[in-house]
Write a protein that binds this ligand. Sequence first.
Ligand code: SF4
Length: 581
Amino acid sequence: MRDRSKFRVMVVDLGLRKGHIQEFEGRDTHVGGTGLASLLYDKFGLFHEPWDHPDQPFILATGPLTGLFPLMSKTVSAFRSPYHDQYTESHAGGRSALAIRYSGLDAIVITGRAERLTCVVIGQGRLEFKDADYLRDFDVLKTGKIVRSMLSSSRGHRSILRIGPAGERLSSFACVNADTYRHFGRMGAGAVWGAKNLKALAILGGDGPLIHASREFRDLYRSIHDMVTTKEMLKKYHDLGTPANLKKLNELKSLPWRNLQQTSSPEIDSISGERFAESYLLRNMACAGCPVGCVHIGYVREKFKQDHRYFFRQVAYDYEPIFAVGTMLEVTDPADTLRIMDEVEKVGLDVMSTGVALAWATEALEKGIITLEETMEPLSFGDGSAYIKAVWHLGLGANRFYSLLAKGTMAAAKEYGGEDFACVLGQEMAGYATGEVFFASQSNSFRHSHLDAGAYSYDQKHAERDLQAALDFLIQDECKRTLLNSMVVCLFARAVYTDEVLADCLDAAGFQEISRSMDSLGKDITGYRWQTRFRTGYEPGTVKIPRRFLEIETWKGKIDEPFLERLRSAYANRLKELYSE
Ligand code: SF4
């Protein structure tokens, strides 16, 4: 068994078609995952060069407990984003974390730019560069199929990451697809691959034991396994899954509809989690190393044009995609929403940004700010067939309008008008119109993500507008999540992995030094990654909240604009005080 006190990293140079394994100190201070990613960006990142400079790194990092305990299943990707040209992260499940770990690695760093589209294969003692130019313009699903067939003889933990046409065209909304049903979705990871001419990355891990498991270790594993498979909190993720939130948020007047013109609708029953489960759920599946299986795979029935036979398409659905291409576009037929998701998947876009961008375009068309010449389709809320075509226009940057929209909804709104109703909080909104704390959080936070802190949940429990309490919550919750994201555990299991359980796991796996300093590590690593972002140019407080967010009503009543503005600005100031150098 190898010495795990050091990070073992595969460093690949696409331009030179070479790679080597390098070891780094820093396990006790940076732990892994998000902490390791910031350490590696510090070593490999070009702080004064743009996101598409060939030597900018793309980083994949796992945690010290990856593969050792249930739901230690996620990978952190880190890169400089085409969206705002600053350091960022995007996290994904699937199989990449275990494949990296079973390759004997903690992380992968990819630098350089290949001359032609390339597929990289990494495994134990294996690094290959395969020409993939013939895959140009191949969609994500076909690309996955071809790469899988190239590697059909491999055994063990295998992960296949790839981009679609949107990534090749450097769209800021382009994602990296992870094992078909998961994604490094937000902030344009797919464009970074496109700029590197990296079409696919196959990680081939082995399958031997990761550590010598003592009896105590096995007992601890079993007790956590029991908790995650019997606790009510995780059961809900398996049953209806996150789409259970649709009805709940609609009742709380917190579900964005029609480009956030409404926060609830009587139409909810046609597109609720229950409706998907009753009529469209085919099966559940899970990320590698997870016994919960929250990934819901739905199906749509289609007809072959040639012989009129029927076939099924399998499409993964969650709360976020249903919000983005369902309620936000007022498409209330679940089959239509699954069809739109399927096209988003194929072209390789982030579904949340796509839905929000198309919702803005629809309202802009209604208001006459843009015309059919720009949208190319008669976009209209509820019309799934027009959106299916528009997804491809957006992914391919089919005209000047779509090319600009693919740089971000606000980029298009700045040129054409309509900034007031662009639902953007640092990036296109996540599906939580819960109130002031969430809006202040997403607009300022590290990834501009709903997962940076549990602000959407705070809004659902707190009617009072207490600035200090909200501010303290945002700062403290981020530090807790940063520690979990350094492990890198699925955040659905955050109630299971309490500090005590996490400390037991770290001790059992031989990371006593980390378990002893967990309190300070959460804060320290939060600081490292913020400093990395600040060094690439971020200024908290510069993201303004568009008018549309101030016009809505939630279960707490009308948005309190002065409170929101005070919280947004106090949060920005606190981030600067705490973390800027
Ligand atoms: S709960 Fe869901 S997202 Fe989390 S690790 Fe398991 S399958 Fe993946």
